[in-house]
Ligand binder design. Structure first.
Ligand SMILES: Nc1ncnc2c1ncn2[C@@H]1O[C@H](COP(=O)(O)OP(=O)(O)O)[C@@H](O)[C@H]1O
Ligand SMILES: [Mg+2]
Length: 332
C-alpha cells in the first residue's frame, strides 16, 4: 500500500543573494549562497529522519524553509496533503498548530516576562477552547510528560529561575502540547551540557511514542542523530548527498563526506582510520564546478568537475557520488 507521507519536500531551493564587488554589480551579475539546493525528502508517519552536516551546510535553512519561516526560492513542500509552498499566511497559521519547531537556544526562545504556565497555555489559548482550570490541568500534564515533576512546582516559575535543560523542556512542552503531527528539532540539545543531552533525547523519544508525531531532527553530531533517527540524511553545502537507514549510514557509508564523518566517531575509530579532510576552498557562495565536495574529496575524479551528481539509489540507500553511480565514464 502506498502510504501518504506526512511531509513531502521536492526539489526545494533557498538561495540568499550576496553583495559582491562593484565590478560584478556593474555587469549585473548577482551571486547567491545556495543554502538549500534541490533537496527532496519525504517523512512518513511516526518516522524520525535525522539531518546531519557541518555548520553552514544548510540544515537550519532547510527546516525553516519547510515551515515557510523562510520563503523558498523554488521547489515544493506538501504537509499532509496540503501544499505549503504557496499557502497564504492565514492558511499557514492553521498548519502551525500541527507542525512545530524547537530551536537550539533555550535562552532565546522563552519570553522572560511569562511564567511556564503562561508560555505553555499560549498555544492552547490560540487553538483550543479551554476553561482556566482545564488550561492549568493540561499544562501540568504536559510538564509531567517532559519530566518537570512535580509539575505544580514549575507552573508559576519564570524562565530565569530554570536551568538551560529545564528551559528546553519547557520549550518542548510548548511545542507538543497541541499534539502535532510533525515536530522539527533544530539542534535542540547542542547548547546544553553533555550530561543533560541524553535525558532530553530519551524524553523526546518517549513523547514520540505517546503522541505519535513524525520528526525531523537536525544536528551536526552524528552519535546524537544515531540515537533518535530511523533514517539519516547527510547535507553538504546545500545538497543532500546521502540518505539511508540510520544503521546503513553508520555501517556502510558511501559518500566520501559521510565516510569521513563516520570515521571520526569514537566507537568506529578503533576499527577504521580517521579520514582527515582538507578545508573548504573559497567563500560560501563560491562553489567548485560539478560536485561541490570535490575540492575536499580524497576520491575526486575528472568527471566530478564536469557534472553535479544527483542523489541516486545504490543498493539499499541513496547517494550523490559518481564513485557509486553506474553510468561509466560517458561524459564528454
Ligand atoms: N538569512 C541569511 N542570509 C544570508 N545567508 C544566510 C542566511 N541564513 C543562512 N545563510 C547562509 O546559508 C548557509 C547555510 O546556513 P545554515 O542553514 O544556517 O546552516 P547550518 O544550519 O547547517 O549550520 C550558510 O552559508 C549561511 O551563511
Ligand atoms: Mg543551524
Amino acid at each position: 500500500m502506498d502510504e501518504q507521507p506526512v511531509l513531502d519536500i521536492q526539489n526545494l531551493r533557498k538561495y540568499y543573494p550576496v553583495s559582491t564587488g562593484l565590478l560584478s554589480r556593474m555587469i549585473g551579475e548577482q551571486r547567491y549562497i545556495k543554502a538549500v539546493d534541490d533537496v527532496s525528502l519525504t517523512l512518513r508517519e511516526e518516522e524520525v529522519v535525522g539531518i546531519i552536516g557541518e555548520s553552514g551546510s544548510g540544515k537550519s535553512t532547510l527546516v525553516e524553509t519547510v515551515l515557510r519561516l523562510e520563503e523558498p526560492t523554488g521547489g515544493s513542500i506538501r504537509f499532509k496533503r496540503a501544499d505549503l509552498t504557496s499557502a497564504s499566511k492565514t492558511a499557514l497559521r492553521r498548519h502551525r498548530e500541527d507542525a512545530q519547531i524547537i530551536f537550539q537556544d533555550p535562552y532565546d526562545t522563552l519570553n522572560p516576562q511569562k511564567t511556564v504556565f503562561q508560555a505553555i497555555a499560549e498555544p492552547l489559548r490560540n487553538f483550543r477552547e479551554l476553561e482556566y482550570d482545564e488550561l492549568r490541568e493540561r499544562t501540568a500534564e504536559i510538564l509531567h510528560e517532559v519530566g518537570l515533576r512535580p509539575a505544580e512546582e514549575y507552573l508559576d516559575t519564570y524562565p530565569s529561575q530554570l536551568s538551560g535543560g529545564q528551559r528546553q523542556r519547557v520549550n518542548i512542552a510548548r511545542s507538543v502540547v497541541l499534539d502535532p503531527s510533525l515536530l522539527i528539532a533544530d539542534e535542540p540539545v547542542s547548547m546544553l551540557d553533555v550530561s543533560l543531552q541524553a535525558g532530553i533525547i530519551k524524553m523526546l523519544d518517549r513523547l514520540k511514542q505517546t503522541i505519535g508525531f513524525s520528526m525531523l531532527y537536525v544536528s551536526h553530531n552524528l552519535p546524537v542523530v544515531r540515537l533518535v533517527a530511523d533514517r539519516i540524511g547527510v547535507m553538504y553545502r546545500g545538497r543532500l548527498v546521502e540518505l539511508g537507514s540510520a544503521d546503513d549510514i553508520i555501517e556502510n557509508p558511501k559518500h566520501p563526506y559521510t565516510r569521513a564523518l563516520v570515521a571520526s566517531l569514537p566507537s568506529i575509530t578503533e576499527r577504521r582510520d580517521r579520514i582527515e579532510l582538507p578545508e573548504q576552498q573559497g567563500k560560501d557562495h563560491e562553489l567548485p564546478s560539478g560536485c561541490r565536495f570535490r575540492d575536499r574529496c580524497p576520491d575526486a575524479m575528472a568527471e566530478c568537475a564536469n557534472r553535479t551528481p544527483d542523489l541516486e539509489t545504490v543498493a539499499d540507500h541513496d547517494v550523490a557520488c559518481f564513485l557509486h553511480h553506474d553510468h561509466g565514464t560517458d561524459t564528454v
